[in-house]
Design a protein around this ligand. Structure first.
Ligand SMILES: *[C@@H]1O[C@H](CO)[C@@H](O)[C@H](O)[C@H]1NC(C)=O
Ligand SMILES: *[C@@H]1O[C@H](CO)[C@@H](O)[C@H](O)[C@H]1NC(C)=O
Ligand SMILES: *[C@@H]1O[C@H](CO)[C@@H](O)[C@H](O)[C@H]1NC(C)=O
Ligand SMILES: *[C@@H]1O[C@H](CO)[C@@H](O)[C@H](O)[C@H]1NC(C)=O
Ligand SMILES: *[C@@H]1O[C@H](CO)[C@@H](O)[C@H](O)[C@H]1NC(C)=O
Length: 358
């Protein structure tokens, strides 16, 4: 009798362990602790049922039986099981976080993409500059957009939110070579970049003929990351010939300084030719347009005679990338002040491009 009793007990405890094992396996198959919410737990999710459970596994098993249950919260201190209608989407939320409560959600609960993202193979495909698992935030710049989501190799208009910026900005990105922000593009002899301060401040866009990013956007983009500024001149169409100048550690001041050029280091090795370090002499200068001449040496009228807007210092500059393209494009320099040039080159390009990599 005694033997029989302990045999029965043994069998029962084996059966119990067996059932526990199955429950545990089912639990891990069906539930997940989302990686954005492992160490803290939100309980402001609406629970439709609260009951006592011996473990989170038992709590989840109850949820498992119910289609309308998408997640469980389990308070370990008093073994309370909450069955929730909803589930967390992309963060732990702003609700009360309790360290004694764990949270699990059903793996197959439908993922919802935010900001017009679409679900493809259970991944959110985002648009317009949104990134993240759920398209929940804007990219900080084109490089981040490229590494996170956008890799079509094309030019596109995106919304970016640089760290610390008070608002988002529209930026034309080239989603290739790591992602670039287009600062300037000038590609026709009929269009002039001799424009007002307000236009240089806000930016202008006549894609694909001409575009300028806007000074505030340029400031925010170059503020928080080490940025390279690349300036490229196309000499002629066929075969295409380019002159490329790469500046590292490009930084400008904010509007209070009139977007003073703070730093720019010419990298000869990454440039295609040995050019004059034009920006070196301009460090410390504010940005100027014809109607807002911030040259420290007054009365020279650099933007007026150079026909563009740039950082000018004293005797203007040894380069004029925002000048006019109608003076013999693709041919020899004509030596007028308002043509596009970069010393010591004696030819006029047909196109100027400028971009930021960060
Ligand atoms: C999503 O699409 C709607 C309808 O086209 C549009 O009104 C809305 O601005 C879009 N939202 C975003 C974040 O792009
Ligand atoms: C520009 O930056 C300086 C120093 O960080 C700050 O004091 C000033 O308020 C800023 N100006 C604007 C317009 O944001
Ligand atoms: C570039 O050219 C100048 C003038 O010819 C020369 O003094 C300088 O050493 C050159 N720099 C490099 C990096 O080749
Ligand atoms: C630039 O525009 C201003 C205002 O229209 C004008 O006075 C100036 O002559 C122009 N400069 C060039 C080089 O075209
Ligand atoms: C351009 O300049 C080069 C020398 O710098 C000269 O040989 C050539 O004839 C010039 N071309 C024209 C069309 O003037």
């Amino acid at each position: 009798m005694l033997l029989g009793n302990s045999l029965l007990l043994n069998l029962l405890s084996l059966l119990y362990l067996y059932v526990q094992n199955i429950l545990c396996e089912q639990f891990h198959e069906e539930f997940i602790r989302p990686d954005f919410c492992t160490d803290k737990v939100l309980v402001s999710l609406e629970s439709y049922l609260t009951q006592e459970s011996t473990s989170v596994i038992q709590c989840a098993a109850r949820c498992s039986l119910d289609n309308k249950c998408l997640s469980v919260s389990y308070r370990e201190t008093d073994k309370t099981c909450f069955l929730n209608f909803g589930r967390l989407a992309y963060d732990c939320g702003n609700g009360v976080t309790l360290t004694d409560t764990v949270y699990y959600q059903k793996k197959d609960s439908v993922k919802e993409c935010m900001n017009n993202g679409t679900l493809v193979n259970n991944d959110c495909v985002c648009y317009g500059g949104y990134v993240g698992t759920y398209c929940e935030r804007l990219m900080t710049d084109c490089s981040e957009g490229f590494s996170e989501m956008y890799k079509d190799g094309k030019f596109g208009l995106y919304e970016v939110l640089p760290p610390g910026a008070p608002r988002s900005f529209k930026v034309i990105c080239r989603m290739k070579w790591g992602g670039r922000s287009m600062i300037l593009r000038h590609f026709t002899h009929t269009y002039t970049l001799n424009r007002t301060w307000v236009q240089y401040l806000d930016g202008f866009d006549h894609w694909p003929v001409a575009t300028w990013i806007g000074l505030d956007t340029l400031y925010w983009l170059s503020r928080s990351k080490t940025s390279d500024l690349t300036i490229e001149f196309q000499k002629k169409h066929l075969p295409p010939e380019f002159l490329r100048i790469v500046y590292e550690k490009f930084k400008i001041g904010n509007s209070s300084t009139n977007y003073q050029l703070l730093s720019a280091q010419l990298n000869y090795a990454r440039s295609t030719v040995n050019v004059t370090d034009c920006l070196f002499g301009l460090i410390g200068s504010a940005f100027s347009s014809y109607d807002m001449d911030n040259n420290r040496v007054p009365g020279l009228g650099c933007p007026l005679t150079y026909g563009g807007a740039w950082w000018y210092n004293g005797a203007c500059a040894q380069c004029n990338p925002t000048g006019n393209l109608y003076h013999n494009p693709g041919g020899n320099r004509t030596w007028v002040n308002d043509e596009v040039f970069w010393e010591p080159f004696d030819w006029t390009p047909i196109r100027v491009s400028m971009w930021l990599n960060n």
